[in-house]
Write a protein that binds this ligand. Structure first.
Ligand code: 4NP
Length: 162
């Protein structure tokens, strides 16, 4: 089958690809669908500790509270090929961003690598905190930051498409 054409493509990256970036992916997909935009969304992790796994059970529980569809999302590690396949590679926190810059030095130059919270000038958070060793409220914060930041991200992507 032919690869469908997209107007833009976004890859969200965290450490394990089971807590934060899968929520960003799902929120992104929900938002671009609502906005009737043809934007590709995916997520990946720096590590393969959870390769092939569903999102964390606490992530799924919190998503269910908000009717966020996370079906079909499985953990995968970012690959060398990802470096050339995405218009935007968006790190969920600063240390992930720094590691991506080391891993993809060429992409650090032509505006491919970004920090998630840098898109949102109104947020009080500079990064999406890792909820893995946290509680339910930390998972809710991940969801809230993804929902409040996604319109800013899509706005920027749309303006670059014009
Ligand atoms: P994520 O959270 O990077 O948001 O998916 C984590 C998941 C797993 C681990 C750390 C963070 N871990 O150390 O296994």
């Amino acid at each position: 089958m032919m690869q469908p054409k997209y107007d833009a493509s976004l890859l969200f990256v965290c450490l394990g690809n089971i807590c934060r970036s899968p929520v960003a992916e799902a929120v992104c997909r929900q938002y671009v669908t609502r906005m009737n935009l043809n934007i590709r969304c995916d997520s990946a992790g720096l590590h393969d500790y959870h390769k092939g796994a569903l999102p964390d059970s606490r992530t799924l529980k919190n998503a269910a509270l908000h009717q966020l569809d996370m079906s079909g999302i499985r953990s995968r590690k970012i690959t060398v090929n990802d470096g050339n396949q995405w218009d935007y590679i968006i790190a969920m926190d600063h240390s992930v961003y720094e590691q991506l810059k080391t891993q993809f030095p060429a992409q650090a130059q032509p505006n491919v690598l970004y920090e998630f919270m840098a898109f949102n000038p109104q947020a009080q958070w500079l990064e999406v905190p890792d909820p893995y060793y946290g509680t339910a409220k930390d998972f809710e914060l991940v969801y809230e930051l993804c929902v409040s930041t996604m319109p800013w991200i899509v706005q920027k992507v749309k303006s670059a498409m014009l």
